[in-house]
Write a protein that binds this ligand. Structure first.
Ligand SMILES: C[S@@+](CC[C@H](N)C(=O)[O-])C[C@H]1O[C@@H](n2cnc3c(N)ncnc32)[C@H](O)[C@@H]1O
Length: 233
């Protein structure tokens, strides 16, 4: 891992560890349609209720997506992965009581994915993987961890291929935050976005998923820059 890469991961970890207490009340003021997006992600899991699918949640944070997965599948064998200890601790207290949940404090870059998974999911976390090439190889790692027919569901922010559309996405996002944060707050979010986030272009993401070997690729939900991308092995 290069020094620059290590510094960036340290900064991301420091940011989330410092914000773990306020994350849940913050995120709904930063991300338009946060709840709707997570719901769409869980809706796209092709498993009957009452079953116990094996699922990995990448970048669990305080457990928002994990909690929704477990509400639908209380018996799911869920592995929660996050590199920020304080976020995982919040998730652990939130998910306390579900029988088959395990926690792993690990950076995506060093993660060995368990084989035979029914689903691998992520919400608002994979844009922290820095380069396009890193993202593409990470998708290949996800594919290897899925059983045939298993699905990858990634709810996250994306870029457009077109500059005008990209500008529209940004205007709508800033407009949304203008209604939930003061001017300084909006500026702080935008500064952090420029420093720490590496969004993929949606169409690239879809192409990489096909190229690494997913047999079916779709977009389950989209609203301006928010998208739930779905792919089946
Ligand atoms: C914006 S939060 C999303 C949390 C949750 N999935 C949600 O939807 O609210 C991103 C999480 O990803 C984790 N994360 C970011 N980069 C990571 C990496 N390289 N490896 C592991 N976890 C990472 C952060 O620690 C943070 O908890």
């Amino acid at each position: 891992m290069s020094g620059e890469h290590g510094d960036r991961m340290a900064s991301i970890r420091e940011n989330f560890s410092g914000r773990s207490e306020v994350y849940d009340s913050d995120i709904i003021r930063l991300v338009p349609n946060y709840e709707v997006m997570l719901r769409a992600a869980v809706d796209s899991l092709p498993f009957d209720t009452g079953t116990s699918p094996r699922i990995v949640d990448l970048g669990t944070g305080t457990g928002a997506l994990a909690h929704r997965i477990l509400t639908r599948y209380p018996q799911a064998q869920l592995l929660c992965v996050d590199m920020t200890k304080e976020m995982l601790q919040k998730a652990q207290s939130r998910l306390n009581g579900y029988p088959n949940v395990t926690y792993l404090e690990k950076d995506f870059y060093d993660l060995q994915m368990p084989p035979g998974q029914d689903a691998v999911m992520a919400s608002l976390s994979l844009h922290h993987i820095v380069t396009d090439e890193d993202k593409r190889s990470f998708y290949a790692k996800v594919l290897r961890s899925l059983r045939p027919g298993g699905v990858f569901v990634n709810a996250d922010a994306v870029l457009s291929t077109d500059d005008w559309v990209e500008d529209l996405y940004m205007r709508r996002w800033v407009e949304f935050m203008g209604g939930t944060l003061d001017e300084q707050g909006v500026q702080a979010v935008l500064d952090r976005y420029r420093r720490e986030d590496s969004l993929p272009v949606l169409m690239d993401q879809l192409r990489w998923l096909s190229e690494v070997g997913f047999s079916k690729v779709d977009v389950i939900w989209k609203n301006y820059m928010g998208a739930v991308v779905w792919a089946r092995k």
